[in-house]
Design a protein around this ligand. Structure first.
Ligand code: FAD
Ligand code: NAP
Length: 326
């Protein structure tokens, strides 16, 4: 028999949104269960310095997430290392199943499954994944000491990855499809003045090339998007940093989504199209996608779940008996 676990609030995801929801829901005495997923701590565990988390001029992403987890535990959240592989939102209590086989039921659900890295979709990218192609400089940068690497993308992630890689690589080439970056100005400034960085403006990557035995990257074929001219940039590592897509696979057929899969929430609220189901963080936010905004939405979701549960409890209470007529 699979193990069954019931909670008033089930929180799915352990990024800033999930842990903040857990802190608020625990302090509201809702005794939440939080299921961490395959990336405990979420996206910030694959970065280094975080410099815009209020209260910390600089904090390491993984350290911040360890502190958030400890905070959620300290106030009473039950944190479970499991991954939800299916969820049924058609009836209350809602039912979810974990990879462990555990069946979770809950009166309210807070979805905080965040986002995942996007890939270019090239067959050669797929072939060399794990053999020179990566979406995480923090995880893999160390392997490229004294070697040349290429990063593709023009947002905050690409610029941060490129800067981080200058700690190891002899040269970092940033390939971007336009002639200006969308990254924050302060990051751009650091990038432009770093002598190890070269920027290839107006270029796309067409193919990753490399050796067969042992399998390994040796370069990327890049194309000038205006002239069409193709050149090869030698490198041992190729880092894809072209953004993130919301992790809404679990619920996309049950909840309203938009803008490529982001879960739709009501204005000024984390309420989704199903009463009792709330969504917070990068799963729903196609605009800001920051740790602090995710945490803020986690707080909102817990407060809204608390109100929802109080309302259904009140509705379920029997009507007081009518006074007998004199
Ligand atoms: P995430 O952090 O994406 O966490 C999602 C969680 O959901 C994970 O724990 C995952 O395991 C879990 N999950 C997913 N699917 C399931 C499932 N089926 N079952 C159970 N669990 C599941 N923001 C900043 O403000 N400052 C920065 O300096 C900064 N740096 C960044 C650097 C990098 C490299 C990246 C990629 C992002 C950075 N961001 C930064 C953005 C920030 O990390 C995100 O905005 C934030 O982490 C989103 O939080 P979240 O809680 O919504 O989701
Ligand atoms: P992003 O801001 O969406 O940027 C993605 C970049 O990749 C863009 O420059 C885009 O080009 C490019 N791109 C997209 N698809 C491409 C393709 N198929 N081929 C080539 N290039 C492609 O994503 P992100 O940088 O991962 O950031 C995601 C969110 O996390 C943002 O909200 C960001 O602010 C946040 N974040 C914050 C920090 C921080 O605060 N320090 C750090 C990291 C991330 P165009 O510019 O032409 O669209």
């Amino acid at each position: 028999m699979p193990e069954k676990k019931h909670s008033k609030v089930l929180i799915i995801g352990s990024g800033p949104a999930g842990y903040t929801a857990a802190v608020y829901a625990s302090r509201a005495m809702l005794e939440p269960i939080l299921v961490q997923g395959i990336q405990p701590g979420g996206q910030l565990t694959i970065t280094t310095e975080v410099e815009n988390w209020p209260g910390d001029t600089e904090v390491q992403g993984p350290d911040l997430m360890v502190r958030m987890e400890a905070h959620a535990r300290a106030v009473g959240t039950e944190i479970i290392g499991d991954h939800i592989n299916s969820i049924d939102l058609s009836n209350r209590p809602f039912t979810a199943e974990g990879d462990s086989g555990t069946i979770y039921t809950a009166d309210a659900v807070i979805l905080a499954t965040g986002a995942q890295a996007k890939w270019l979709g090239l067959p050669s990218e797929e072939k060399f994944k794990g053999f020179g192609v990566s979406a995480c400089a923090t995880c893999d940068g160390f392997f490229y000491r004294g070697q040349e690497v290429v990063v593709i993308g023009g947002g905050n992630t690409a610029v941060e990855e490129a800067l981080f890689l200058t700690n190891f690589a002899s040269k970092v080439t940033l390939v971007h499809r336009r002639d200006s970056l969308r990254a924050e100005k302060i990051l751009q400034h650091r990038l432009f003045k770093n002598p190890k960085v070269e920027i290839l403006w107006d270029h796309a990557v067409d193919e990753v090339v490399g050796a067969e035995s042992p399998l390994g990257v040796e370069g990327v074929k890049v194309r000038h998007v205006k002239t069409g001219s193709v050149t090869e940039v030698p490198c041992k590592g190729f880092f894809v940093a072209i953004g993130h897509a919301p992790a809404s696979e679990l619920v996309k057929d049950q909840l309203e989504t938009h803008m490529g899969g982001y879960v739709v929430t009501k204005p000024d609220s984390t309420a989704t199209s199903i009463p009792g189901v709330f969504a917070a963080g990068d799963l729903t936010d196609h605009i800001y996608r920051q740790a602090v905004t995710s945490a803020g939405m986690g707080c909102m979701a817990a407060l809204e779940a608390e109100k929802f549960l109080a309302e259904i409890e009140e509705a379920a209470e029997p009507e007081p008996a009518a006074e007998p007529a004199e």
